[in-house]
Design a protein around this ligand. Structure first.
Ligand SMILES: C[S@@+](CC[C@H](N)C(=O)[O-])C[C@H]1O[C@@H](n2cnc3c(N)ncnc32)[C@H](O)[C@@H]1O
Length: 257
């Protein structure tokens, strides 16, 4: 297995393809869940790793005050373009690292970590720093909501598999050729991606890797408790049903003690 990078790497290169790939996988399945939770909890809300704004914009449209934070400029640029098309005054987007949140103590009522954002933390130290940072910026009794992508560790290993193909934008065709490696001892999954873009006769390769670390629900809840959170619910889907080992979604709701 090639040496895993830092978990924030790969996203800059992925940015032009993220929404296209996503529309064919998760799509908007989780969006209603986040909108409802944010509206019920109330703002200000901080979204960790807001990316291209897939969840950010719909949540901000509920009227809740929201800050989206991401480390990747190209991902954030796409969120900014989406924001420009709206008149949302209650949304701000910021660049920063979730391991050292650039906000004052107790400045948020809720922190949300959608779509496996915490799985980009590849070392135990990264997770410890992030949980401490979230605990610091949340007000007492504030809510921390996490969604982990459950199927990453069970992904079959393969080499050079053509996994997606289609039109990226008008006249631009793209094929994704992907390799997957599992390092079960370290709980790491590495996706090596080669997006091949065809513009007429030209072919352009965009190669990068993304690595994820997936802890079990039990491991994640114990890390949360150690960081001073109380776990209030573990859900297994976006309709709020309880978690079970075969559940599609791994959603943890916690409050800061
Ligand atoms: C799976 S995407 C999720 C994007 C968005 N929340 C969504 O649901 O579509 C993960 C995002 O986390 C960001 N990210 C990864 N590590 C980060 C870090 N250490 N600090 C800030 N952002 C990070 C990546 O740049 C990427 O945009």
């Amino acid at each position: 297995m090639p040496k895993p990078q830092d978990g924030h790497e790969g996203w800059d290169e992925y940015a032009p393809f993220y929404d296209w790939e996503n529309a064919q996988t998760l799509g908007r399945r989780d969006v209603k869940f986040w909108r409802t939770l944010a509206r019920r909890t109330g703002g200000p809300v901080l979204e960790l790793g807001c990316g291209t704004g897939r969840v950010t914009l719909p949540v901000a449209r509920t009227g809740v005050s929201l800050v989206g934070l991401d480390r990747s400029w190209p991902m954030l640029d796409r969120a900014r373009q989406r924001k420009r098309r709206t008149r949302l005054r209650t949304l701000s987007l910021a660049r920063g690292d979730i391991r050292a949140l650039p906000f004052a103590d107790a400045s948020f009522r809720m922190v949300m970590a959608p779509y496996g954002v915490l799985q980009s933390l590849l070392r135990e130290r990264d997770l410890t720093e992030t949980l401490a940072s979230v605990a610091r910026v949340l007000e007492q009794g504030g809510r921390f909501a996490i969604d982990l992508v459950s199927d990453v560790p069970s992904w079959q290993e393969y080499d050079g598999h053509r996994s997606l193909r289609g039109e990226l934008s008008h006249g631009v065709h793209v094929t994704l050729v992907e390799s997957v490696r599992q390092d079960r001892r370290r709980r790491l999954t590495m996706f090596e991606q080669d997006y091949i873009e065809r513009r007429g006769r030209r072919r352009i390769h965009h190669r990068f890797a993304l690595t994820f670390r997936t802890l079990s629900i039990r491991q994640m809840t114990s890390r949360l408790e150690r960081a001073g959170f109380q776990v209030t619910a573990v859900l297994g889907d976006y309709d709020g049903r309880p978690w079970h080992p075969e559940a599609d979604a791994w959603i943890i709701l916690a409050t800061r003690g």
